[in-house]
Design a protein around this ligand. Structure first.
Ligand SMILES: NC(=O)c1ccc[n+]([C@@H]2O[C@H](COP(=O)([O-])OP(=O)(O)OC[C@H]3O[C@@H](n4cnc5c(N)ncnc54)[C@H](O)[C@@H]3O)[C@@H](O)[C@H]2O)c1
Length: 352
């Protein structure tokens, strides 16, 4: 008789860490394959669903679905962004859960913690961009913002640019800068860390790689701080003055079409008529596939903006699930043991 049991594996963040899934090289490889699959039409990528609960703070929960046709997996990231959390409650801004389903019978295969995969995806995209767009001899990286995205970004950047020697960091408070250094310096013992004492200029002026990853909505990064030959990865919302993008020789996005529908600096410039499709050099997948070139000279200033592509999130989550499964890590759970009317005691449990 056919079993009507439906089960899935539950994976906590601790399970994923135990299974060796905090692996940014893996995330970058998976993201690169996903981008090629996207270019070759092996991905379904519908619009995300956004629900905003407070127009001022932008507290929101979004649902981001995608299907990997080759892997036969449909997934969704259910992600909460509550920017006031760190100040108000002392807890993280972003939290996420993934559901992965196979597309033969349509049953779920995994429910998993998603903040780790989501934050790794942001850094992986920045790292892949840096691989194509940052100078190979980059030594100094500067950050405005010292939160979760900034920390992950530093790890990814060091992988693709091992020449990095010095990391400068500016945040809204000196305590956050200290926490950034305390958490990252044991992981990168050869890196020299410089706290900017909240002065953005100290962190950014003259850096080879610049990263803004803040919850601010203000033009924090000034164009004059971005030297010739620098690479800039823009992670947050509006956090650089328009002159930064206007002075850049190349602008690359994860997906320009998606950028035009959002609210970060490039989106604002597009809506104000200051930037058009013709000003965009490439989407990142075109660099990965080799259809477009990356950096062509040592003095180009290059701007990269990623807004987040759900199919990359789902691809990374799937790889993590498989890695955990191969180590027998995760909690198998039943969604149902059998179908409703097949339960022997259904007469006792039904309420008519
Ligand atoms: N592009 C993407 O794919 C993507 C994905 C996830 C998150 N994000 C965005 O990245 C940004 C950072 O996210 P996070 O999870 O690291 O947040 P976080 O709350 O952990 O960190 C935010 C950082 O911004 C700093 N900051 C805020 N205002 C500042 C100011 N005026 N000057 C200097 N620093 C300031 C804070 O000090 C803090 O270090 C958010 O805007 C988030 O929405 C982007």
């Amino acid at each position: 008789m056919v079993s009507h049991r439906v089960g899935f594996t539950y994976l906590s963040q601790e399970d994923l860490l135990d299974a060796g899934c905090f692996d940014l090289r893996m995330a970058m490889e998976v993201a690169e394959k996903a981008m090629i699959d996207f270019e070759e039409h092996r991905i379904l990528f519908p619009e995300k669903i956004v629900q905003i609960f407070d127009p001022v703070s932008q507290d929101r929960i979004n649902c981001l679905p995608a299907t990997l046709l080759e892997e036969k997996i449909c997934g969704a990231k259910w992600v909460s962004v509550f920017p006031r959390n760190p100040k108000k409650y002392g807890v993280q801004n972003l939290s996420a859960v993934f559901i992965l389903s196979e597309i033969e019978k349509g049953f779920p295969v995994a429910v998993m913690e998603g903040t780790l995969a989501s934050n790794m995806r942001v850094a992986a995209m920045g790292g892949i961009a840096a691989k194509h767009l940052a100078r190979k001899d980059s030594e100094i990286i500067g950050f405005i913002g010292a939160g979760e995205q900034a920390k992950m970004h530093l790890l990814a950047m060091k992988i693709v640019r091992p020449s990095l020697k010095e990391c400068r960091v500016a945040a809204k408070t000196v305590e956050e800068e200290q926490q950034f250094v305390d958490e990252l310096s044991p992981l990168l013992p050869d890196m020299k860390f410089v706290k900017a004492n909240t002065a953005a200029r100290e962190a950014m002026d003259g850096a080879d790689i610049l990263v803004t990853a803040t919850s601010a909505q203000a033009p924090l990064l000034k164009a004059e701080w971005m030297k010739s030959g620098a690479f800039y990865s823009h992670v947050g919302g509006w956090e650089d003055e328009y002159a930064v993008a206007l002075q850049c020789d190349k602008i690359v996005c994860d997906d320009w079409d998606t950028v035009t529908h959002r609210t970060q600096t490039l989106s604002r410039m597009y809506k104000e008529g200051l930037l058009s499709h013709n000003d965009i050099h490439a989407d990142l997948h075109e660099l990965v596939s080799g259809h477009k070139v990356g950096r062509e000279s040592d003095d180009e200033r290059i701007y990269f903006n990623a807004v987040g592509l759900a199919y990359v999130d789902v691809a990374i989550a799937l790889k993590m699930f498989k890695r955990a499964e191969s180590s027998h890590i995760g909690l198998p759970l039943d969604l149902q043991k059998t179908m409703v009317f097949e339960h022997e005691d259904i007469k006792r449990k039904i309420r008519l």
